[in-house]
Design a binder for this molecule. Sequence first.
Ligand code: F6P
Length: 366
Amino acid sequence: PSSIGVLTSGGDAAGMNPAVRAVIRTALHHGIDAYAIHEGYQGLVEGGEFIRRMEIADTDGILHKGGTAIGTARSQKFRTREGRRAAARNMLERGIDALVVIGGDGSLTGANMFRAEWAELLAELVDAGEVTRDVADAHPFLRLVGLVGSIDNDMSGTDMTIGADTALHRIVEAMDALRSTASSHQRSFVVEVMGRHCGYLALMASLATAANWVLIPEQPPADDWAEQMCRDIRAGRLIGRRQSVVVVAEGAEDREGNPITAEQIRKLLEDELGEDTRITTLGHVQRGGSPSAFDRYLATQLGCAAVERLLTDDPQTPAQLIGLRGNRVVTSPLMECVEQTRAVAERIKARDYDGAMLLRGGSFRQ
Ligand code: F6P
């Protein structure tokens, strides 16, 4: 490719900035023009000022910053054919025929659809006189690499998504703080943790803080979970514990598929045990703030690898996802990862799994 574009899409995640920085710097290092596409797919569709050519200096001072400096947005227009045609035209105007997309599975699936349509979009642009045949012929394929940026750690193809480690640190820090106030008042706390349909953050935070109970979507509790939980919390009090903490993942469900809510747990603890109970919903604080050292390192490695793949792969290679597995940077076909992620989610929903499926890297994997 002569020019590479990079964009962030979907929910922001700490580590997106180091990833963008690494993509731009690696491209420039190889003598390739690098463009930052601001506000995700919306910027790709709008063009103009949204697509900015980057120099090394433009990436200074963003490594340690949370969120994404180039913005992220949900774009309805990119979901339409017309929007994607505009996006292709904006890219061709700058000679961009390679993209690094940093986002969750929805964003990466959208990018793959764009890639699959590329030739048709170009033909339509040529027919409409918006792009010359020479330009279209010079960029017959769209090269695409995805990096998973999400605090949820809910995607196959990588043991860790960019942002999950930072969010986990944030949760642990908050839970440590809650313990001291809980202990002072001999209270119970119910802490609601993000993660959408994935229990990674809730489970890891519980292990890291020795929570007394945890409820996650991947493992709906036994039907008598309320009695079990109350029994355990009561037993803790009897041996002199001054506080109890129950962690509930936002996607937690019972065996019938009914959501288990923080309020439901609070009421149980108060009604059954007379516990003075407070709820803390950590919310978007989990997504914000400076990336952890691990996320900086992970994002930098993956960002570099993404550009290396775009430079060395055959232009017709299907879209790839770069991730970290077993502490190594690995590349897998993007759509296989998306499909595996969905298949695992279906199996969890259908309760079609057993102990052979491991909780690794955010979701049950085979
Ligand atoms: O996917 C990241 C995430 O933070 C989830 O954990 C959460 O369910 C969701 O996004 C919140 O979305 P929004 O920022 O749109 O409220």
